[in-house]
Design a protein around this ligand. Structure first.
Ligand code: ATP
Length: 211
């Protein structure tokens, strides 16, 4: 699904009365993959949460298709167009992988059992559909959360540390999926401490140089 442009304008972030960054401006076009980099505590997660609409900005605006994502119909449109996966896998331990995905996806678009099984196969979890998530490893739990990228059709992905606890083949598969999404006109904003320099066309925003 093709994204509309994203315009981040003069954004500022404060946490506990400490300024993390200010006057952050960047435009993202369909096909862009942006890695938000920077040292621990520089505000990468905070920026992604602001973009996702989960944390208020101290100043500035973010526009999607020309409308502010912070209020009114622009906010509703944005919620329908962006998929945020936070740094904690956010799966419920008592529920199976299939039940978690069914529940998570129902918030945006209901999916069939077959679709869920296909997505779990894509992230290497075929055969684990019926296992409660608290019986899965850390990497497997993250794979359950990442299966949403194969199920939901949002043009904008906001991914906080998606590679954490993922093994080498899983990282390669996810990188390929991110590039394929961008090639279809999607936009991906992600944080990671992994080097992604080998990804063609990758853009980088270093918060260590913005503050
Ligand atoms: N819930 C919170 N309440 C108040 N301050 C917070 C909260 N979470 C984070 N902070 C502060 O905001 C700052 C930035 O945190 P953030 O998680 O955005 O950084 P980060 O760049 O993602 O770090 P890391 O690389 O360690 O994941 C930190 O100094 C942290 O203390």
């Amino acid at each position: 699904m093709k994204s509309q442009p994203i315009d981040i304008r003069h954004l500022a972030c404060e946490r506990d009365q400490r300024e993390l960054f200010e006057n952050l401006s960047i435009q993202l076009a369909p096909g862009d993959v942006l890695q938000v980099a920077g040292p621990n505590g520089s505000g990468k997660t905070s920026l992604l949460r602001i973009l996702a609409g989960l944390l208020p900005a101290a100043a500035g605006d973010v526009c999607y298709d020309g409308a502010s994502v912070f209020s009114g119909t622009g906010r509703d449109t944005w919620r329908n167009n962006r998929l945020y996966i936070g740094h904690a896998p956010a799966v419920k331990g008592a529920l199976t992988a299939e039940e978690n995905l069914s529940w998570l996806c129902a918030l945006s678009q209901p999916v069939s059992r077959e679709q869920i099984w296909q997505a779990l196969q894509m992230v290497g979890l075929r055969g684990f559909e019926d296992v409660p998530c608290d019986h899965l490893s850390a990497g497997q739990q993250r794979r359950v959360a990442l299966a949403r990228l194969y199920l939901e059709a949002h043009p904008v992905w906001i991914l906080d540390e998606p590679f954490t606890a993922i093994d080498r083949s899983g990282v390669a598969a996810l990188e390929a999926h991110v590039l394929a999404h961008a090639a279809r006109g999607g936009i991906v904003v992600l944080t990671t401490h992994h080097s992604l320099e080998h990804l063609a066309g990758l853009r980088c925003l270093d918060l260590g140089q913005v503050a």
